[in-house]
Design a protein around this ligand. Sequence first.
Ligand code: NAI
Length: 248
Amino acid sequence: MDRLKGKKCVVTGGARGIGRAIALAFAREGADIAILDRNEELAATTARDAEAIGVCAFAITADVSDETSATAALQRAEQALGSVDVLVNNAGIGGNALLVDLSVEAWDRMIAVNLRSVFLCTRVVLPGMISRRWGRIISTSSQLAHKGGIELVHYCAAKAGILGFTRALAYEVAQHGITVNAICPGPIETDMSTTLSDAWRARKLAELPLGRFGTVEEIAPTAVLLASDEGSYYTGASLNPNGGDVMI
Ligand code: NAI
């Protein structure tokens, strides 16, 4: 408790799923939270639930893949919170298609939501972190960045891109007291994973050492660790709560 007391945090994609669990875990640790999501209603619900824990929390509706929308949203968060100490780049979409069937539009959308957004959101909050000489950038990648997966060329490319972004930025900003890390979850029970085909799910369950999909509550503690002082010696890292699916 209180490991993030007084910290000002933004969680993108915080309306539901992994992002919601991270936002609520941060709130339980005493952080003030801005929930940034395109889903206005669910973002407001998460903000209310965080507020009920006893911190300041509010929702901002935005599309993180859009330059104007993402920039304005992060600026608003910074203004309302007073600063942004921790940014969790978590918003993302799924999608399945063989490369031979993958349209340019689907490729571009995947890269925009899952990778471009990380750049767009991070660049707004970084100058403030640099001037305060403290900051945490945490991005939700995926175990599939390491492992690959059939019908997931665009998803894996975006998630692997986050790892490159994380390592490169970690070098740039370490001197300013800022750490940059990624979380690579394994398969987690969320609305996103319900879109997987039965065959895909059965295949995955068969190869998972722990024999089950994870829960969002099994991912949030990794984000708390990376955001808190206990995680101060991680940078450029990817942490892998993945049920043993990729052992690295
Ligand atoms: P989810 O679909 O339950 O939640 C994603 C959230 O992001 C939603 O609230 C959605 O409204 C928001 N979002 C999507 N596009 C957005 C946009 N353009 N602008 C603003 N908000 C947007 O998904 P889940 O499972 O919670 O995933 C969260 C992150 O974790 C994603 O980046 C996903 O790729 C990643 N991940 C998920 C895994 C899983 O098995 N569920 C495994 C590994 C990584």
